[in-house]
Write a protein that binds this ligand. Sequence first.
Ligand SMILES: NC(=O)c1ccc[n+]([C@@H]2O[C@H](COP(=O)([O-])OP(=O)(O)OC[C@H]3O[C@@H](n4cnc5c(N)ncnc54)[C@H](O)[C@@H]3O)[C@@H](O)[C@H]2O)c1
Length: 266
Amino acid sequence: MTTSNPAIRVAVHGAAGRVGREVLRAVAGAPDMTLTAAIDRVPPSELAALPVDVPYYTGVREALTAHPSDAVVDFSLAQATLDMLPNALALGTRPVIGTTGFTPEQIERIGALCAEHNLGGFLAPNFTIGAVLLTKLAAVAAPYFEYADIVEEHHEMKVDAPSGTALGIAKAVHEAHPERFAHNDPEREPLAGTRGGDYEGISIHAARMPGRMAHHQVTFGGPGQTLSLRHDTTDRECYMPGVLMAVRKVGGLTGLTVGLDKLMGL
Ligand SMILES: NC(=O)c1ccc[n+]([C@@H]2O[C@H](COP(=O)([O-])OP(=O)(O)OC[C@H]3O[C@@H](n4cnc5c(N)ncnc54)[C@H](O)[C@@H]3O)[C@@H](O)[C@H]2O)c1
């Protein structure tokens, strides 16, 4: 006799947003999940049609009481996540958080809330499996080279530079190569800033223009050879395999787990 697991009941917070809408589509299409509710602060009268048919709420408690859920996927705003959490956890719903912009103290607070309710939670600043692998592969290569460059390219609306992902790669590369990388500092610099940012000898360059989403390339150099590792995203669908993986695994977690690499066993 075969027994099949019941579907994982999933609500989405920040559901009217750019990533939230992708999450609605991905959860609705996952054979082992049931999409329970879409939650956002946008009043129903101002809500542009959602990509799937799902009950819509502006209140977390109201939504999760009417539709008990095993997990809530959150891509909203840092403060909105912090306001949502006590309500979700009190109703036994585990958070899968993609929202960015938390201070380290706020992440600690999220962990404490999960522990208080004796429920697992998951948070990842980057849900792109390829970017997590790029970071890991770059760290593997780092000890074997003297020079390292990171070039990241994003759309023109991005508010920060370099990207958090580029800094995360630089940090992982430096941890694997604790000595400062060799770095060419020009004797003459007719145009300031062209050598990019300097993170422990790793030059970081950020390019911005329309037509791009998120692209990261790490290049290592040594005598007579270079090694380049590159990751490109072209659509917000890129986050969905990571989000679905986290939803499937959050039920088995204790306390707050941070970072997709932990779920990927890297
Ligand atoms: N972890 C990752 O891999 C990853 C990837 C992309 C985006 N993000 C992050 O996810 C977040 C959302 O990104 P986005 O591009 O979808 O933004 P967005 O602005 O398109 O969507 C955010 C949504 O949150 C809603 N919201 C804001 N305050 C709310 C509240 N108090 N209650 C309920 N809903 C509220 C907004 O109405 C909006 O619909 C950002 O923090 C972004 O940096 C993370």
